[in-house]
Design a protein around this ligand. Structure first.
Ligand code: DO4
Ligand code: MG
Length: 293
């Protein structure tokens, strides 16, 4: 079972549930956070509440593909984990050492350390949804999307759903100095999530999800890569346990779990590109890329 938001009438957002058969049912709650709160108040899981609300209801006549999807949750905060896959460690080492790859770096250290790398990535205002434009920084020459499994958390840091995240990143800025990480990661429209939230109980094994990233330029596919969440070095609860530690977590916080797909080193995103990130069972997040305005 997946939860989406779509544009119903001019500027009115509608929450809906999508079954595995692709049937779409409107939900009465105005957003995912309200659904979470009502489920908690009823001492029920979000899935049980959705099943109760949709039992015997009439599905929409439109299919999912015919709807104009919006960001599925206006996450108050988006956090991200880094260097959680071997491929990310290798790519970070490349950009930090100018490709020498001879000395051990802090990326090697954090990959093996008990404490994971977690960083603040975005706020609702900086985050776009399906079809929304992600923006390039004007002061970077080496920018890439980072396709990541993203966790939707309740106020206690429990995983209530899975979505797709794009952690847009500037490899040159981070490579120049790791203290520039916030600038390499956070700017206007540098984060995308969606297109749907798959409820936790409906995911049999979050460590066997297939992630595929495709980048199109002038209608041609210029990058394609795939990975599995089975390659993740850490457990999802390990990441959430560090995020909640001595922290205030807001209902609907999103935590991206790190990237395992990095485009070839000579590649940088350009104005007009289109990024597609697909995760099995969740959907495909599509975003056009635009230069800073
Ligand atoms: O240290 C840099 C961040 C790495 C990252 O975002 C990732 O591995 O996905
Ligand atoms: Mg990342």
């Amino acid at each position: 079972m997946r939860i989406i938001r779509y544009l119903k009438a001019l500027s009115s957002a509608q929450l809906a549930a999508v079954t595995d058969e692709g049937k779409v049912y409107e939900l009465p709650q105005q957003d995912f956070l309200t659904l979470l709160k009502e489920a908690e108040a009823a001492d029920s899981s979000p899935l049980a509440l959705v099943e109760k609300l949709t039992a015997g209801a009439q599905p929409l006549s439109q299919s999912l593909e015919q709807l104009e999807l919006l960001v599925p949750i206006e996450a108050p905060e988006v956090w991200a984990a880094g260097v959680t896959y071997e491929r990310s460690r290798e790519a970070r080492n490349y950009e930090a050492t100018g490709g020498r790859m001879d000395a051990s770096t802090f990326y090697d250290k954090v990959y093996d350390a008990e404490r994971p790398e977690l960083f603040f990535k975005s706020t609702a205002a900086r985050t776009v949804g399906p079809g929304g434009e992600v923006q390039l920084r004007s002061d970077s020459e080496w920018q890439i999307p980072e396709p990541e499994l993203a966790l939707v958390l309740d106020g206690q840091g429990r995983i209530v759903g899975y979505t797709i995240g794009n952690d847009m990143s500037c490899r040159d800025i981070e490579g120049e100095n790791p203290l520039y990480l916030p600038q390499a990661k956070v700017w206007k429209r540098s984060c995308s999530i969606g297109p749907a939230i798959r409820l936790t109980e409906t995911v049999e094994d979050p460590y066997s999800l297939q992630i595929t990233c495709r980048i199109y330029r002038d209608g041609n596919k210029v990058v394609e890569g795939s990975a599995s969440t089975g390659q993740l070095k850490r457990k999802l609860e390990e990441l959430t346990s560090y995020l909640v530690r001595d922290n205030e977590i807001f209902e609907g916080t999103v935590l991206m779990t790190g990237t395992c797909i990095v485009p070839p080193n000579e590649f940088t995103l350009a104005d007009g590109d289109r990024v597609e990130i697909e995760i099995s069972g969740i959907g495909t997040l599509v975003n056009p890329v635009v230069r800073a305005s």
